[in-house]
Design a protein around this ligand. Structure first.
Ligand code: GDP
Ligand code: IMO
Ligand code: MG
Length: 428
């Protein structure tokens, strides 16, 4: 199985870090690759009871022997990169080899400044971004005024690019947002400070990965963000500024679609969302509070409380469709052990009409009300289960029911945050 994609099937924080780490440690994996987003991601990995969080770095950084790759589609803050790397080293982690694409775009501190002032300007319409500068960095890329990693190694080019990037930005900052202009020299100095340490890591990662696949090596593409946060397929404009769907992996890594063998959608046994935007199964009652508390639903990157709701099979089917999922990895089943009855959204009702698939427009999606089916709970702690047969009967029924309505088989189930707290449903 040379090329495996792991991606988020809901609104993020499904447990992609755990799924990636699990795959990277059960089978020999040669490369773990991030292809989109930046340090807006927060992936938690629990190894022998020890908790690690990665943001920009691929989770493979914790897997000795695997090479971690930050590919061209990622937006890279050199400051965040080294802060994260140094944080792991300070904890005594033997960090894996790291490669960074020369074509990846750079996030400088001014991107975060612009992210924050834009949000403030939007007022009650704000997206609820992570404030990391992700949107402004991708905007520069699309506007063709971005700075790429390779530019850090030629001061003259770097200065020209930053000059061009700040030209319009500074007009906006001073005339629209009433802020001070950003100084070109300060940005050049900020970025040059990382160049020497970065240079040995930089390469043509597309060539590297294609050669690895040609040689039959195994490459794991670790998704960040999620399908419903995709700028094309998600709940626009309440989305991130990249393409976390499976198609984005090809663009973000420079590999062809024919290379990919497995596409695993990571999905929680319930749903969460951080930031603004529609969320049909969101709960505003005690159940929501309980899911939030039992699930520890607090953002890894920003510390924000996650909004919580029941499992939404319309979202699951949509994720299965737009990503061409070969399977799901269902996480956090253990959290549902406190409910006598577990509602599952099987369809929506929109303006009095039952709808089984994701509606075409965001207006309809904003009006969507969940149609629930109810499953008997198992009212027990399943975190010690290690095989499907170990699960209580009602938990097995719940998993099988989700598999039937979600559009792809469920390969495995998470029953706790630890690597070993996993139940395999279907051997591949
Ligand atoms: P990611 O962004 O998709 O990698 O997910 P996050 O790390 O932001 O959030 C998922 C959280 O759930 C983390 O705290 C994980 O340690 C935890 N987690 C993952 N799988 C399971 C599981 O099966 N059960 C429980 N209880 N926690 C899990
Ligand atoms: P992982 O990889 C959950 C959300 C933000 C906001 C929107 C846009 O841990 O699943 P951005 O800063 O990207 O411009 O913010 O996207 N968001 C995430 N939500 N998990 C993430 O990453 C997210 N990355 C971005 O909360 O609503
Ligand atoms: Mg996360």
């Amino acid at each position: 199985m040379p090329a495996i994609v792991v991606l988020g099937a809901q609104w993020g924080d499904e447990g992609k870090g755990k799924a990636t780490d699990l795959l990277a440690t059960t089978d020999p994996i040669d490369f773990v690759v991030r292809t989109s987003g930046g340090h807006n991601a927060g992936h938690t990995i629990v190894v022998n009871g020890e908790k690690y969080a990665t943001h920009l770095l691929p989770s493979g950084i914790l897997t000795p022997g695997a090479t971690s790759v930050i590919a061209n589609g990622v937006v890279v803050s050199p400051e965040a990169l080294f802060r994260e790397l140094d944080g792991l080293i300070a904890r005594g982690v033997e960090v894996a080899d790291l490669k960074v694409s020369a074509n990846a775009h750079v996030i400088a501190s001014y991107h975060a400044t612009i992210d924050k002032v834009t949000e403030r300007f939007l007022g009650k319409n704000q997206i609820g971004t992570t404030g990391r500068g992700i949107g402004p960095a991708y905007a520069d890329k699309i506007n063709r005024v971005g700075v790429r990693i390779a530019d850090l190694f030629d001061e003259k080019i770097l200065r020209e690019k930053i000059d061009a990037a700040l030209d319009v930005r500074n007009h906006l900052l001073t005339k629209v947002y009433n802020r001070r202009a950003i100084e070109v020299d300060a940005v050049v100095e900020e970025l040059l400070a990382y160049a020497d340490r970065l240079q040995p890591m930089v390469c043509d990662t597309s060539l590297l990965l294609n050669q690895a696949l040609d040689a039959g090596q195994t490459v794991l593409f670790e998704g960040a963000q999620a399908t419903m946060l995709d700028v094309d397929h998600g709940t626009y404009p309440f989305v991130t500024s990249s393409n976390p769907v499976a198609g984005g992996v090809c663009v973000g890594a420079g590999i062809g679609p024919t290379r990919i063998d497995r596409v695993i959608g990571v999905i929680k046994a319930y749903t969460t969302r951080v930031g603004s935007g529609p969320f049909p199964t969101e709960l505003f009652d005690e159940d929501g509070v309980q899911l939030q508390q039992l699930g520890g639903e607090i953002g890894v990157s920003t510390g924000r409380t996650r909004r919580c709701g029941w499992y939404d099979s319309v979202v699951a089917r949509f994720a299965s469709r737009v990503n061409g999922l070969t399977e799901f990895f269902l996480t956090k089943l253990d959290i549902l052990g406190a409910w006598e009855q577990i509602p599952v959204c099987v369809a929506y009702e929109i303006d009095g009409v039952r709808v089984d698939e994701m509606p075409m427009t965001q207006t309809e999606f904003h009006h969507a009300k969940p149609v629930y089916e109810y499953f008997d709970g198992w009212m027990s702690d399943i975190s010690g289960c290690r095989s499907f047969d170990d699960l209580p009967k009602n938990a097995q029924v719940y998993v099988q029911a989700l598999e039937e309505i979600s559009g792809a088989k469920i390969w495995g189930v998470g029953v706790g945050p630890g690597r070993e707290q996993t139940v395999v449903v279907h051997e591949d």
